[in-house]
Design a protein around this ligand. Structure first.
Ligand SMILES: [Zn+2]
Length: 416
């Protein structure tokens, strides 16, 4: 078995790994590079079977529903089989409706925790893992008596740390190559940094929510289900209701889990921003609004009960919320990667908040394992070699983990 990283060997995002054995091939992820706008003209990697028919390409396995792991899939003709988590697929379909950046290709099969399946000469075993995307997996690929273990994106400090601990306790044996994400191995990392946990974000949010006289404007990705849970729990602890938009309510429903805050829960309400209302009307998908009708909240109530609400917020809603008079005494909580605030959309948000004198606090936990957790993972799996991916400092891996073998984009190497 041999492998090559098409993209991601020296950048965070755009992950794509080709694995070959006995004349057959698999792709692990087909991501969009994070440094390119989503409408950029980007072609598929040079993989036979991706843009034209070639039966030796047996499929594309998507580790989790993040754009930098699946975003190029929309350019692939329908004949290529895709595999992903079932909830992940449902979430990507909602993202496709609401943002245009999701994925709607019907998968050929679903990934299930520790349930191996066979594709030609390959046996693939998914391992459910803690990450900021719901339904994320590490992937074990076996063929030719060799084993490649691909981390996908992992962390140990979210709301499912048990999945990480289970992997440490019971890792795949005899791994020849561990293709390991190293988001936290940065040019300036010293390796001792610890991660802020999701539980710490919750405590910090409670403090901010309680100190805010008006509405809390919560800025987070609706696809970050751990954060949705954090916002819900913080709202309850501050005696506030959580107001979702239709997108967040749809993603919560797409998880298929009754343990995730749902629109029909007592202290959850749904606001329909103008942009989403137009989408529903234009697509005539009225089942979307019918499903949440009893839980909807309208501008008058948003205004009257503003001090009792945590409302999911985005800049596109700013004008209507201002006009409805909901923002007196409001405070914004930024709960995404702070780097986005330096981008034009972040600048626009800050200008709006500044104009209304609304303060902003950042409460966020990373989706990616801190270096000490990556070290625990490498120690537990004890692979013959570690190949860096999804990192801005691949050349620094050897400072932190043993047996590193660095490979550039496009370079074939043996899994041995
Ligand atoms: Zn990810």
């Amino acid at each position: 078995m041999r492998a090559r990283i098409h993209r991601g060997a020296s950048e965070i995002g755009g992950n794509c790994i080709e694995v070959e054995a006995a004349g057959h091939r698999l792709l692990l992820d087909l991501g969009w590079p994070l440094n390119l706008p989503f409408d950029a003209d980007l072609s598929l990697p040079e993989v036979a079977g991706l843009s034209s028919a070639d039966p030796s390409l047996l499929g594309v396995i998507i580790s989790h529903p993040h754009l930098d792991h699946y975003g190029l899939a929309r350019k692939v003709p329908a004949a290529v089989p895709f595999y992903e988590g079932e909830a992940a697929y449902n979430i990507m379909r909602e993202a496709a409706f609401f943002t245009g950046a999701g994925m709607t290709v019907e998968p050929a099969g679903f990934l299930r925790h520790r349930q191996p399946f066979t594709l030609g000469p390959f046996t693939v075993t998914p391992y459910l893992i803690d990450h900021s995307a719901f339904d994320s997996y590490c992937l074990l690929v076996e063929a030719d008596g060799r084993r490649l273990f691909y981390s996908g994106d992992v962390r140990a400090h979210g709301r499912k740390p048990g999945t990480f601990l289970e992997l440490l306790r019971d890792p795949p044996a005899d791994v020849d190559a561990l293709v390991l994400e190293g988001t936290s191995i940065r040019p300036d990392a010293d390796g001792s940094e610890r991660a802020i946990t999701e539980a710490e974000v919750e405590d910090a949010c409670v403090g901010t929510f309680r100190a805010t006289p008006g509405m809390v404007l919560a800025l987070f990705s609706p696809q970050n289900i751990d954060r949705l849970v954090t916002m819900y729990r913080s709202a309850i602890r501050s005696d506030r209701d959580l107001v979702l938009d239709l997108y967040a309510a749809a993603v919560a429903a797409a998880t298929g889990r009754e343990t995730i805050p749902q629109a029909h829960w007592d202290r959850v309400r749904v606001y329909l921003p103008h942009g989403q209302r137009m989408k529903v009307i234009q697509s005539a998908e009225f089942h979307r609004t019918d499903a949440v009708r009893p839980r909807r909240i309208y501008p008058e109530e948003l205004r009257e009960r503003s001090g009792k609400l945590v409302t999911i917020f985005r800049t596109s809603m700013a004008r209507e919320m201002e006009k409805a008079g909901c923002l007196v005494g409001a405070h914004a909580v930024w709960s995404m990667w702070p780097g986005y605030l330096r981008e034009p959309s972040g600048e626009k948000l800050k200008a709006f908040l500044d104009r209304l004198g609304i303060g902003m606090t950042i409460h966020h936990a990373s989706g990616h394992a801190a270096v000490p957790d990556l070290q625990r993972l490498v120690e537990a799996v004890a692979p013959r070699k570690v190949v860096p991916i999804h990192t801005s400092a691949a050349d620094r891996f050897r400072e932190f983990v043993p047996s590193v073998e660095q490979h550039g984009d496009g370079e074939w190497w043996d899994v041995a």
